[in-house]
Design a binder for this molecule. Structure first.
Ligand code: ARG
Length: 263
């Protein structure tokens, strides 16, 4: 009896171990052997598609596509380098862990190469800059970091805005997974303000006319760069291609396409 139990247990743990190995194999993105229709090698891009105009879901009559500035850059570069591109959407807070677990070859999510992140990922050159803003209900009069003292302030979980908020004096910080959720909390009055980058605050306040934003200068600007697993050979290739996009004016065209609000 004892013996059978033991056997059953051993079998169970072997199965579990096997399942784990198999699981890891299929999750690993970076062997670049994923089959694709074109026969080209494939790169897996992970993003957090709650961040228009960098990346967001475009839903059109039943279809759901992730589009944006980051996505256009990723498509241009991977095309030039001869890779197919697969895009996966996860919460922002899960991006760097996924990269470390080699579940993605690259992350593009308006992500800023902060010193503490450099321990867990390698970054490309910066391709766009943004500044922090305070988003509030129109007329709430929260314009500086000092005005936020004692207020409930929404930030994205794992973002540098969360880190910036922690450095400010006396904030009641509410960390949420998605920018859209922060905006909803703000509209319903459950939080007083949010710290969001100007590039993204513009779109959300244009779509929600009960909200407005004020740029703050007391925090550092936030540049966006591509993140890779540590030691990835792709960093050099991407930097070369980024430079080409800059020099040819193609990057400027994409900036106009996605960030020009006077359209
Ligand atoms: N730039 C900020 C950071 O790196 C925020 C990025 C948020 N990106 C997103 N796709 N939600 O922490």
């Amino acid at each position: 009896m004892k013996n059978t139990k033991l056997k059953a247990l051993t079998l169970l743990s072997v199965t579990a171990a096997l399942a784990m190995t198999v699981g890891c194999g299929s999750n690993s993105a970076s062997d670049n052997t994923g089959s694709s229709t074109s026969g080209q090698k494939k790169l897996v891009l992970m993003t957090s598609a709650d961040y228009p105009p960098y990346e967001s879901h475009k839903t059109d009559g039943g279809s759901d596509e992730i589009v944006g500035f980051d996505i256009d850059i990723a498509k241009a570069i991977t095309k030039n380098l001869g890779y197919d591109l697969e895009i996966k959407d996860v919460d922002f807070n899960g991006l760097l862990p996924a990269l470390q677990a080699k579940q993605a070859d690259l992350v593009m999510a308006g992500m800023t190469p902060k010193p503490e992140r450099l321990q867990n990922a390698d970054f490309s050159d910066i391709y766009y800059e943004a500044k922090n803003t305070i988003v509030e209900k129109k007329g709430a009069n929260l314009k500086t970091a000092a005005d936020l003292k004692g207020k409930k302030v929404g930030v994205q979980l794992g973002s540098i805005q969360e880190g910036d908020a922690k450095k400010m004096d006396g904030l009641n910080i509410v960390s949420l997974n998605k920018i859209g959720d922060i905006v909803q909390e703000l509209k319903s009055g459950r939080i007083d303000a949010a710290i969001i980058e100007d590039t993204v605050a513009k779109g959300y306040t244009a779509a929600n006319t009960d909200l407005e934003f004020n740029t703050i200068t007391s925090t550092e600007p936030a540049g966006s760069a591509v993140a890779f697993p540590k030691g990835s050979a792709l960093v050099g290739d991407f930097n070369k291609e980024l430079k080409k996009l800059k020099d040819s004016g193609e990057l400027d065209n994409l900036i106009k396409k996605w960030f020009d609000t006077n359209k």
